[in-house]
Design a protein around this ligand. Structure first.
Ligand code: SF4
Length: 704
């Protein structure tokens, strides 16, 4: 039988709608959904290859368990697997307390999956040790929004691209990382040749093809650049004093601070010409509408929160926010990083954008869940979580849908942590990720095309994800696995509330509880039922009960969700990268993405045609830097620092300034003598977001 199923792409935060064609339980094709407002039928290379990736030869299809690390895993039934996991977790909790266990999840999970895990950790077990790979992705954007605008809420929508007169793209290679957003920008530029595009990136990326001005700043000098742009805006009278006076606070301190950030002074810090900085500021300040698009280049920094704040300042100072074509627009890396945060899926959050550190929020959630209390002790964010696993403070970890043995910074330390752990559970759709070998228990999960739920994309739009084919082998849905484990663990711990806490029978029943938890909050989706999504299609939040539509744009009234109702300027100073180059490690290594690949390639790596662009990782360097090292294009080079070394082929790229190199982050142990690019990255973290600096390391590059 042939079927057509509307769903959402499982890769980037653009959140494109897809139509899945299936026949007799097999996915036969994937098309763009013309009715979906994120993509209107378009798909990029990854999305267009989704049908080819729906294959079973790389899948984990049965639970597997080993009793001791040295033994091979053996196939077991679900009951044995989950009983064993519940006993091990319960024994650990009884002996060492709730904080001796942890959960590490992923922005690939659906909102409903996240909700159950979050309640399991924070409601049933009583630990806030639940973090996700969103910590590596958007946590600095979150902290930046909260520091300045008061809430983790993207104020813009994709349609703002159609109205912008100036677009500032910072730390984002949207042409390959968010290709359908980029296509829309190309359309906007074609429709309005006067639209000015500024790209801020330490290298000439693919996105620079659309740039009227490319600012190839030194890595880590973002704050200096945006402070200098604000300096110019002030000097040239291009700030909106009325808007600042009516809707913001804290400007005087920042105005004093940026007095020192003259274009001439900042030219040294950024490596940019003063005239280029002035030009960028003038374009931004004189445009009737200005939009900024930014991503990991700002976030993955040990001062990522202030990178975000510095760019948001430009919008607040000029009043370019809350209007068509204007606003700071962080592009979400993963398909559901935002949905995960909506249910509190980070170690410092609770459901519906509540803060763990807020006693009133903890009390609200305890009441809502019907538990005596939510523990006040902050959970461990990703880097700390794995450090605690290595030190023995955390003894058992449950990992779902992510591959930390490849994706975390300083990978060798994370692998040592997984080796040191007493019990590692990995719940995943794929059998052979770098993390799988460390798992004592492997649990097969369903994947895209097989599961039901919702995701939230970069513009706050919630879309349905739908199953087109049945689960393969013995795979179960992520929310079901968490639920079955929670019920068993509750029984082991003698927790009488377990059945009441986990009454769910379907993703819709989980979503209904999540919706109820948002009522009255900034992201209120009380009116956004599955039934409404079915009839009205994907919608932006907030969408409270009784609403006729979601909100395209936030802060149109100039009122912000802070105690005073005003947006906040933060006095942010330039801070260099966590590591400086030196004679022993003279190259600044940057990392990024390729158009055809996604994350650690668990899925895209199964599709041969997605290797047509690059079939191995190539280190891009300036030709002079290669010649200086006796390296011909195509030669093998050793890239190393104190954390590790990788062997990789080099490519000459005149878009790379001298002293910088670039490496894709997709490959892991399968290609690079056991390690991928993140093995070289420092685990230095931002003090507010705890996001690690995955974008820059000082390295040596030598001929092999
Ligand atoms: Fe999927 Fe992102 Fe490509 Fe859209 S742009 S098809 S969401 S990978």
């Amino acid at each position: 039988m042939k079927t057509e199923t509307r769903s959402t792409c499982c890769y980037c935060g653009t959140g494109c709608g897809v139509v899945i064609d299936a026949e007799d339980g097999r996915i036969t094709g994937v098309r763009g959904d013309k009715a979906h407002p994120a993509n209107f039928g378009r798909l990029c290379a990854k999305g267009a290859a989704l049908a080819d990736s729906a294959r079973l030869d790389y899948r984990l299809l049965h639970p597997q368990l080993r009793d001791v690390r040295t033994a091979p895993r053996r196939r077991v039934g679900w009951d044995d697997a989950l009983d064993h996991a519940a006993r091990r977790f319960a024994d650990t909790i009884r002996a060492h307390g709730p904080d001796s266990v942890a959960f590490y999840l992923a922005g690939q999970l659906l909102t409903e999956d996240y909700y159950v895990f979050n309640k399991l950790a924070k409601g049933l077990i009583g630990t806030n040790n639940l973090d996700t790979n969103s910590r590596l992705c958007m946590s600095s954007a979150v902290a930046g929004y909260k520091q300045t605008l008061g809430a983790d809420a993207v104020p813009c929508a994709y349609e703002d691209l159609d109205h912008a007169e100036c677009v500032l793209i910072a730390g984002s290679n949207a042409a390959v990382a968010h290709p359908i957003v980029y296509r829309r920008l190309e359309d906007a530029k074609a429709a309005n040749p006067n639209l000015r595009v500024i790209v801020v990136d330490p290298r000439r990326s693919e996105t620079c093809a659309i740039a009227d001005l490319h600012l190839a700043l030194k890595p880590g000098s973002d704050i200096a650049l945006y402070n200098a742009m604000l300096h110019v805006l002030l000097k040239e009278g291009l700030v909106d004093r009325d808007y600042i006076a009516a809707h913001t606070e804290g400007f005087a301190a920042l105005e004093t601070l940026v007095e020192r950030y003259t274009p001439a002074m900042v030219a040294e810090l950024t490596g940019l010409e003063p005239e280029a900085i002035v030009l960028a500021a003038r374009w931004f300040g004189t445009a009737k509408s200005a939009l900024s698009l930014y991503c990991q280049g700002l976030n993955q920094s040990w001062h990522g929160t202030h990178n975000n704040a510095a760019i948001i300042h430009l919008h607040l100072a000029t009043g370019h926010i809350g209007k068509p074509g204007s606003g700071p627009f962080s592009l979400t890396g993963q398909p559901n990083a935002m949905g995960g945060r909506e249910v509190g899926g980070l170690s410092n959050l609770l459901s519906a954008h509540r803060d763990l550190g807020n006693p009133a929020h903890r009390a609200e959630m305890a009441r809502f869940w019907g538990v005596p209390f939510v523990p006040p002790k902050p959970g461990k964010p990703a880097v700390e979580l794995f450090r605690a696993l290595k030190s023995g403070e955390i003894k058992a970890v449950w990992i779902a849908c992510t591959n930390p043995a490849q994706s975390m910074p300083d990978v060798a330390e994370v692998r040592a942590a997984l080796e040191a752990a007493e019990f590692v559970v990995l719940q995943d759709a794929y059998a052979n990720t770098d993390t799988a070998k460390y798992a004592d228990l492997l649990l097969p999960a369903t994947s895209w095309g097989e599961k039901e739920g919702t995701v939230t994309n970069s513009e706050r739009r919630i879309s349905r994800v739908r199953a087109a084919v049945p689960a393969p082998g013995e795979a179960r849905h992520d929310w079901q696995i968490a639920l079955d484990f929670a019920r068993r663990l509750g029984a082991e711990l003698g927790q009488p509330l377990t059945d009441k806490l986990f009454p769910y029978t379907t993703p819709e029943s989980i979503h209904a509880e999540h919706r109820a938890s948002t009522c009255g909050r900034d992201l209120d989706i009380g009116g956004l039922s599955y039934a409404l999504l079915e009839t009205a299609g994907p919608q932006q939040w907030p969408y409270p009960e009784g609403a006729a539509a979601g909100k395209v744009r936030l802060y149109e009234d100039g009122v912000f969700p802070t105690p005073s109702g005003r947006a906040r300027f933060v006095a942010v100073e330039h801070k260099p990268t966590a590591e400086q180059t030196d004679p022993a490690r003279p190259i600044s290594l940057l990392t990024g993405r390729l158009l055809e690949q996604w994350h650690g390639m668990s899925r895209t790596g199964t599709v041969p045609r997605l290797f047509n662009g690059e079939d191995e990782p190539l280190l891009k360097m300036n030709g002079c830097d290669l010649r200086h090292r006796g390296l011909e294009p195509g030669a093998l080079a050793k890239v190393s620092n104190g954390r590790g070394e990788i062997i990789v082929r080099v490519e000459s790229d005149e878009g790379m300034p001298r002293g910088r190199a670039w490496l894709p982050m997709h490959w892991g142990e399968q290609f690079m003598n056991g390690y991928g690019a993140n093995a070289l990255m420092p685990a230095a973290t931002d003090p507010y977001s705890f996001q690690p600096e995955l974008k820059h390391a000082a390295v040596a590059v030598e001929k092999v």
